[in-house]
Design a protein around this ligand. Structure first.
Ligand code: GDP
Ligand code: MG
Length: 175
């Protein structure tokens, strides 16, 4: 259930995925419409807020980003507990990052059951010519685990807005 304060649906969303896949970039593109070529190691805040309206319903997203703990395999349940949604990000040019998404899906399903809405994002589609993760495989996998699959480019601003909109719709449906 979302917590409702004065008619607003408050949803916690976590970004998960291997280091360097573009989690922080996706968040900064969505919230501030910015992109940086440098690796964005730490964010000042642990989460950023975004307000939106869907069908006259007010939604407040608290989108949580890691401070890089994924690199030390130190991202535990404290980070994702009480989440309404998770965005599982991989880099389409990096097979290993896709395998990592599958690990996260397993862990979230085990720890949170069906209570969480999952969205998978194949990021860096501006590097389509370097793709190593099969599109068909990724879409088949997403369908199998009941997640929506999106292609994003934080760099070129593709798919980011759509991803959060669809995720918000799905979380509203469940609330
Ligand atoms: P995080 O560790 O998952 O938070 O990844 P970052 O957001 O720090 O991004 C890691 C690197 O990938 C940085 O150099 C970004 O500029 C780059 N990056 C992020 N998103 C994209 C994208 O859509 N396309 C390309 N070409 N590079 C990206
Ligand atoms: Mg980051």
């Amino acid at each position: 259930m979302s917590s409702k304060i004065s008619g607003t649906n408050n949803f916690k969303v976590v970004l998960l995925g291997e280091g360097c896949v573009g989690k922080t970039s996706i968040l900064l593109r969505y919230i501030e419409d910015k992109f940086n070529d440098k690796h964005l190691s730490t964010l000042q805040a642990t989460f950023l807020n975004k307000k939106l309206n869907i069908n006259n319903k007010r939604i407040n997203l608290s989108i949580w980003d890691t401070a890089g703990q994924e690199r030390f395999h130190a991202l535990g349940p404290i980070y994702y507990r009480h989440s309404h949604g998770a965005v599982l990000v991989y880099d389409i040019t990096d097979d290993h990052s896709f395998a990592k998404v599958q690990n996260w899906v397993k862990e979230l399903k085990k720890m949170l059951g069906a209570d969480i809405v999952l969205v998978i994002a194949g990021n860096k589609i501006d590097l389509e010519h370097e793709r190593t993760v099969s599109l068909e495989e990724a879409e088949r996998y997403a369908e199998l685990v009941g997640a929506k699959h999106f292609h994003t480019s934080a760099k070129l601003n593709r798919g980011v807005e759509e991803l959060f909109l669809e995720l918000s719709r799905a979380m509203l449906d469940r609330s």
